[in-house]
Write a protein that binds this ligand. Structure first.
Ligand SMILES: Nc1nc2c(c(=O)[nH]1)N[C@H]1C(S)=C(S)[C@@H](COP(=O)(O)OP(=O)(O)OC[C@H]3O[C@@H](n4cnc5c(=O)[nH]c(N)nc54)[C@H](O)[C@@H]3O)O[C@H]1N2
Ligand SMILES: Nc1nc2c(c(=O)[nH]1)N[C@H]1C(S)=C(S)[C@@H](COP(=O)(O)OP(=O)(O)OC[C@H]3O[C@@H](n4cnc5c(=O)[nH]c(N)nc54)[C@H](O)[C@@H]3O)O[C@H]1N2
Ligand code: SF4
Ligand SMILES: [Mo]
Length: 699
């Protein structure tokens, strides 16, 4: 059969790799890296081929289903939409708007149609009970950007291709392919850094795949990065490694910040972090003296008790050393679709803490509440209690802290609808599941990750295959639900046929800084190169005075209240990890990806294993204040003594899903151990890192 070529961007993770697909009318022959893609230049990871597996997966849902006792019955879209809108309205009419909550998961931001259309639907709900995976992930970055730069989406990106000193804290881009730093081909970029005599230093309680490639790696006790960062700032000020000339005249609060770090000396930080004071001084000196340098801190530094402080101090280190908005430092993108300009929320007061969660009073940020509060908002009686949920592209039973409690909560709902391609650990609690087309059946343009990319490029991917007859795209589902919640006016009705992702994208491109349109992008199927990142401060700042606030009061107060004496940890501290062949909770049904060694294991240092009578391959019980799980052990000195690691996204052993995953690969969920009360003190982001656990041989 003759084969055709199709070029597109892989949308599974943030790296935006260009792929070339050999195919015929209905099937894929091969998926390879596209060497002519200006961003990824041929790089792909093993997950790209899973786009074919997802497309063909017989276990994927393709028609709406309704729960009927223990069975699922296929229903028409009409019946599904009518039931969903009818139920949501009925519940809100009787119990108020907050009785319906919603949660948006990670693939939402990888999906063009969802990005353009889900918001309209969720706004019709007018509920305060809005949640997303943001508060399991990068919320601290948004706080730092909002309070310092005036806009939560104005996010600095490490200019990895030009830096001479790359300080990586709590990130493992060799496995994750980069986060808040879209950079397809991380191994090549790191190699290039080392070949130009640059240096990469990694701070991680595990000698991760990235740490193994580093010039230097330091173990750190989980959750203590704030002390390291503060001690780096202390040293920079103390040793006069700061040149105000290099900082730029668009900052305020430099004197306050200098004063703040006076008593965070490296000796104190060493007590907390277990990184020797001399090593901390060396990092600060090398950073301060490098031709260019960038500090990049991510998941491990965000999802911990001081996540927002960590991000603030990371921005500060880059700013005070003159490495902000400069080549080789932390820079801003100029994406073809400018999401920052498109969202004009100026000033720090508008989008923070305007209201709080009902039970625990966690702060709102940008119209959302921290998802660690979701279960209690369902379980706790009283006015404003959540009685119905809409869950879209998410699996919070496996992804949010204390998943077991969330399961209990979901069981009590009066109504739940999932927009998801799988009957998984979360959607199995739904009354109705609306399955969208996905992946190769969808057109794609990366609105979000071009805002976070290490180089400006633009590429449009048309849909490769038509979805099965009668199927619908995410955007069509949301559009239809929106109409049923709030009927269109005659004017809106007339415009409705033009409301498509392609038209919205075309308009957004035309309004963007590169004067592009969809026609131009279609004429460049490999993508367009728009150049290296460019300096753009102070113009791009959104603060009213056009100054960066180096010392926002909210952050300063929290820093001042930090403990100064290090507690002695007798228990093991738990952290997470990611594997290159896995993607959060939902790609374990691809046989090509899960094959090979079992990946859901407990990594433990040899000394910790020996003192507990545990050998490599043994099954152990891991227990926390919230739950216990059993899994096999891998004994390895890649772990810091006193720290153990379990990957998240497993736990497919729960009943009632439609995933025939072999038991060994089903794994168990780390979030049966994590605690919904362990949070970043400022933002309420989940603090997954540093949960206290005990490990013992299973009986
Ligand atoms: N302990 C611990 N927990 C963690 C983390 C950790 O490091 N440690 N990481 C956290 C992070 S960073 C994240 S982002 C979250 C992720 O957590 P979630 O976003 O809650 O979950 P995912 O596993 O990404 O699940 C995505 C769901 O979307 C569905 N899906 C896939 N494609 C589509 C599509 O095109 N349309 C629709 N409608 N649905 C689709 C999948 O079937 C799946 O059910 O997990 C968090 N949880
Ligand atoms: N293959 C693959 N790629 C992915 C994903 C995936 O599931 N699989 N998920 C995607 C998503 S949603 C995201 S958000 C990104 C995340 O991408 P990254 O930010 O790179 O996150 P991780 O790979 O979880 O790496 C976090 C590292 O932090 C370390 N760590 C844990 N606690 C601490 C701590 O207290 N301090 C310090 N300094 N380090 C700590 C861990 O040991 C781990 O090595 O990856 C994305 N890419
Ligand atoms: S690194 Fe990410 S974008 Fe690139 S091929 Fe792998 S999953 Fe796709
Ligand atoms: Mo994430």
């Amino acid at each position: 059969m003759s084969s055709k070529q199709h070029f597109r961007t892989c949308n599974l993770c943030e790296a935006m790799c260009g792929i070339v697909i050999e195919h015929d009318e209905t099937s894929v022959h091969s998926i390879k890296g596209d060497k002519e893609d200006p961003f990824s230049k041929g790089f792909i990871c093993p997950k790209a081929v899973a786009l074919q597996d997802i497309y063909q997966d017989p276990d994927r849902l393709r028609k709406p289903v309704r729960r009927d006792g223990d069975r699922w019955v296929e229903i028409s879209w009409e019946e599904a939409f009518d039931t969903v809108a009818g139920k949501l309205k009925e519940i809100q009419e009787v119990q108020g708007p907050d009785a319906v909550g919603y949660y948006q998961g990670n693939p939402s931001v990888h999906n063009l149609g969802t990005l353009f259309f889900a918001g309209n639907f969720f706004r019709t709900l007018q509920t305060r009970n809005a949640f997303s995976a943001t508060s399991l992930d990068q919320l601290p970055h948004h706080y730092a950007s909002q309070f310092m730069l005036g806009h939560y989406l104005l996010l600095p990106v490490p200019d990895i291709d030009r830096t001479q000193y790359f300080l990586v804290i709590g990130a493992n881009p060799i496995a994750s392919n980069g986060s808040m730093m879209s950079a397809a081909g991380m191994p090549g970029r790191i190699k290039a850094l080392q070949q130009r005599d640059g240096k990469m230093v990694v701070i991680d309680p595990r000698r991760s795949e990235t740490a193994q490639k580093a010039d230097q790696h330091h173990f750190i006790k989980p959750g203590t990065d704030v002390y390291l960062l503060a001690a780096i700032l202390h040293t920079l000020f103390d040793e006069k490694l700061i040149d105000p000339q290099k900082i730029g005249n668009w900052v305020k609060g430099l004197e306050i910040s200098e004063h703040l770090f006076q008593d965070f000396n490296p000796e104190m930080a060493a007590d907390f972090t277990r990184i020797p004071a001399s090593d901390i001084r060396e990092i600060a000196r090398e950073f301060g003296q490098a031709e260019s340098a960038v500090c990049y801190s991510r998941m491990g530094a965000s999802t911990q008790a001081h996540g927002t402080l960590c991000q603030w101090l990371t921005y500060l280190i880059n700013i005070v050393t003159g490495n902000f908005d400069k080549p080789g430092g932390a820079m801003f993108t100029t994406p073809a679709v400018d999401v920052v300009k498109g969202r004009k929320n100026k000033g720090t007061q508008h989008k923070y803490n305007r209201y709080q969660s009902r039970v625990r009073e966690l702060p709102e940020f940008n119209d959302e509440l921290p998802v660690a509060a979701l279960a209690e908002e369902i379980l706790t009686e009283g006015e404003g209690r959540i009685k119905a949920m809409v869950i879209s592209a998410g699996n919070p039973v496996l992804s949010s802290p204390n998943g077991i409690q969330l399961e209990k909560a979901l069981k009590q709902l009066d109504f739940m609808v999932s927009v998801d391609i799988y009957l998984n650990e979360t959607s199995r609690y739904a009354d109705i599941i609306l399955p969208p087309q996905t992946g190769l059946e969808s057109e794609h343009f990366d609105i979000v990750f071009n805002n976070l990319a290490v180089r400006d490029t633009a590429k449009y991917s048309p849909a490769l295959f038509k979805g099965q007859a009668g199927s619908k795209a995410d955007w069509e589902i949301f559009k239809e639900l929106t109409k049923r919640m709030k009927p269109l006016s005659p004017e809106e009705e007339a415009l409705d046929p033009y409301m498509t992702p392609a038209n919205f994208l075309n308009e957004a491109l035309k309004r963007g800084p590169h004067d592009l349109d969809l026609k131009t992008l279609r004429a460049h199927p490999h993508g367009l190169d728009l150049g290296a990142l460019k300096p753009q401060l102070p113009q791009r700042l959104f603060t009213e005075d056009k100054l960066i606030d180096l010392a926002p009061a909210l952050f300063v107060d929290h820093l001042k209240s930090l403990k100064r004496e290090s507690p002695s940890a007798n228990q093991l501290l738990l952290v997470g990890r990611r594997h290159l062949r896995s993607n959060n909770s939902w790609m374990h049904n691809s046989q090509r990806l899960v094959k090979g060694p079992v990946r859901c294991t407990l990594l433990i240092h040899p000394d910790d294993a020996a003192s507990r009578g545990v050998k490599n391959g043994d099954r152990v019980q891991v227990k926390s204040a919230k739950g216990k799980i059993q899994l096999p052990v891998e004994v390895s000195d890649e772990m810091m003594p006193g720290v153990v690691s379990i990957p998240h996204g497993f736990g497919h052993n729960r009943q009632g899903t439609r995933w025939p995953i072999a038991e060994a690969h089903a794994g168990v969920s780390i979030n049966d151990l994590t605690d919904e009360h362990l949070l970043d003190g400022i933002s309420g982001n989940a603090a997954f890192s540093g949960v206290e656990v005990t490990v013992s041989p299973s009986l």
